[in-house]
Design a protein around this ligand. Sequence first.
Ligand code: NAP
Length: 318
Amino acid sequence: MEYTKLGKTGLKVSVAGIGTGGNSRLGIKTGKTTKQSIAILHEAIDLGINFIDTAENYGSDRIVGEAIKSFPREEIVLATKSTIRNSDGCLSADEVICRFNSSLKRLNTDYVDVLNLHGVKPEEYDYSLNELAPALLKEKEKGKIRHLGLTESASCDPHHTVIEKALKEDIWEVCMVAYHLMCQQARNTIFPLTQNNGVGTLLMYAVRSIFSDREYLKETLEVLAAERKIDPALAVGEPLDFLIVEGGARSVIDAAYRFVRHEPGVDVLLFGTGNVEHLKTNLSSILSPPLPQPTVDKIYDLFGHLVGVGLDMPRFTS
Ligand SMILES: NC(=O)c1ccc[n+]([C@@H]2O[C@H](COP(=O)([O-])OP(=O)(O)OC[C@H]3O[C@@H](n4cnc5c(N)ncnc54)[C@H](OP(=O)(O)O)[C@@H]3O)[C@@H](O)[C@H]2O)c1
């Protein structure tokens, strides 16, 4: 495993982090038993992954809590997220703190290394900064939160306006940003700032559905070609097969992980899976060298202008 520092938090983190959300949720959503989900986390930790990303609303907290019991707590960098809204609007600070305390119980711990506000939408940012963050800072003073951050709501905010605003405030030490082969906006707008400000950067959406579902990828390329947003030749034949070259990527998924992993400014690449074989293959991709430079240049050239592609919500909402 390779490790790096999570920006100014100083936390030593594995460059690959296991996410317990997305469409797999450690297999919870694909029929795996709790025992199998715990085994995935144990395998990840045995392979050197020390960063676990969970959230109040993933339904995976108890599994994470059970899995990390077998390890000294200080060997795990545990990040969770607070839900900030319900169907009536933004939650009060008291409600957010109350829910956070319940998460800690489910996680079998008395502190988290990172607490992110979950999927902050542009219209929720000011409330998050002015009402929620001060309350969370009090929990930080009590030692329940080591570092505070936020994650964007990628599908609502493809230009990363929330993260861009957040990077003007010292209060947020960590952020989570969407970035992938066909969604490269953060490269010019966000990563220079996170590096400059020392904000720990977690990356999501490297593969998601667009690169794990061949038909979805093919349809996306066809739509983009019909809208004249990409070269129509890309919509013909096996999708993105130009990525697979001698000395380069072994598959589209391999390329997708390697492309984002080596982007300057990315600290932890999050990926989710409910499948032990995928865990191992993905880790091998994430720890592989960068794609050949001509391939990287071609990816910038073909897709660098696209906005908001492949940022779908999870298929499961609870
Ligand atoms: N706003 C937010 O806060 C937010 C939003 C999105 C994600 N996240 C975090 O980021 C983490 C990663 O999410 P993501 O959006 O990047 O998506 P992801 O969960 O990593 O999605 C990858 C998908 O591809 C499949 N897959 C993985 N490896 C594969 C392989 N080698 N071959 C074939 N299929 C493979 C997985 O299913 P299998 O089970 O079959 O492997 C999964 O459904 C989440 O778990 C969550 O922690 C946070």
